[in-house]
Design a protein around this ligand. Structure first.
Ligand code: ASP
Length: 330
């Protein structure tokens, strides 16, 4: 039987309902390893990393978790890892791990939308299915995955789409990598754009700024005054912003790295529009194109990349991968 380490971090999967609402439950994490049927799938070790709601996750915690997971997968006796997490920021932690943990062994993040005592709670089933993925030979080399509701998604592509429904995780523009069907794990495709960044630190001072119609750029300028080293600027459509935000970009670009993303959740940001504030104009002002990653994931990537290098040309290559010919040699 394969050996899997379950790392618990908290989230609704370890919460119960009280008169104050749904809150973390101190024994919630250990209940996860007692889910009936797990013992038939793998030998399990349990490590409790934290017991927090996922909005409490920080870049430093993600980095510590990443180092813990790296140590665990380096152990020859371990075949895979399942990590339980809150759904709210699960896509950020999973992408962080995808970028920073160097392994071909399956790493699967899972969660629950319904707490332990709720009728039809999805946590136990999600853990069982994730364990099946973690022991599947075909999951080898798939990168960090997210498994809920019997769908398997790539960490780079997945996002939480629904505030309340158990079918909340989707990969818009991509679709799932595969499914768990009874006890079978079936993959339809492999993620082709995975990237691993070998760094020994991260830069957590990276902010996310979403523009809006009529934005005069003051927020962007203020964020730089607050000491952030990197900013993900979420624009509209193909990667366009109001004209005054373009002025603000020129004002701040020598002090901070700016990566441009889009509020659209499908497609790539590119330097197509040449008007003031259009993507092509912003690139001339020094902005880096986030290409296909979402804003919250571009922020995760920029934290990791800035930990590795401050060289603007190198940072650009990490993001504008298709311009680097699909291959990056940095
Ligand atoms: N608010 C919770 C959290 O992210 C939601 C969940 O766990 O699903 O921790």
């Amino acid at each position: 039987m394969k050996r899997v380490v379950i790392i618990t971090t908290g989230g609704t999967i370890a919460m119960t309902k009280t008169h104050n609402g749904v809150v973390p439950f101190s024994g919630g994490n250990s209940l996860i390893t007692q889910i009936p049927g797990l013992e038939n799938v793998a030998e399990i070790d349990h490590v409790e990393f934290s017991n927090v709601p996922s909005p409490y996750m920080t870049p430093d915690m993600m980095w510590k978790l990443s180092r813990m997971v790296q140590d665990i997968v380096n152990d020859k006796e371990v075949d895979g890892v399942v990590i339980t997490h809150g759904t709210d920021t699960l896509e950020e932690t999973s992408y962080f791990l995808d970028l920073t943990v160097n392994t071909e062994k399956p790493i699967v993040l899972t969660a629950a939308m319904r707490n332990i005592n709720e009728l039809g709670t999805d946590g136990p089933r999600n853990v069982l299915s994730s364990l099946r993925v973690a022991v599947s030979d075909s999951a080898f080399g798939m990168g960090v995955m997210v498994c809920l509701n019997d769908e398997i998604h790539a960490a780079r592509e997945v996002t939480k789409t629904y505030t309340s429904n158990v079918a909340t995780f989707e990969s818009p523009g991509y679709g799932p990598l595969g499914i768990v069907d009874e006890d079978a794990v079936v993959f339809f495709r492999k993620p082709l754009l995975r990237m691993n960044i070998d760094t020994d630190r991260i830069e957590s001072r990276v902010a996310l700024v979403k523009t809006f119609t009529g934005d005069n750029g003051d927020i962007l300028r203020k964020v730089v005054d607050m000491g952030y080293k990197g900013i993900v600027l979420e624009g509209f459509g193909r990667g366009n912003v109001p004209p005054k935000v373009a002025d603000a970009v020129s004002d701040v670009i020598d002090k901070v790295v700016v990566v441009l993303t889009s509020r659209c959740f499908k497609g790539r940001v590119l330097d197509v529009y040449g008007y003031k504030g259009g993507g092509a104009d912003l690139v001339k002002r020094g902005v880096i194109l986030g290409q296909e990653v979402s804003s919250q994931k571009a922020r995760i990537k920029l934290m990791v990349v800035l930990g590795k290098t401050e060289d603007r040309d190198k940072i650009r290559k990490y993001f504008e991968t298709s311009r680097a010919g699909g291959e990056i040699s940095i």
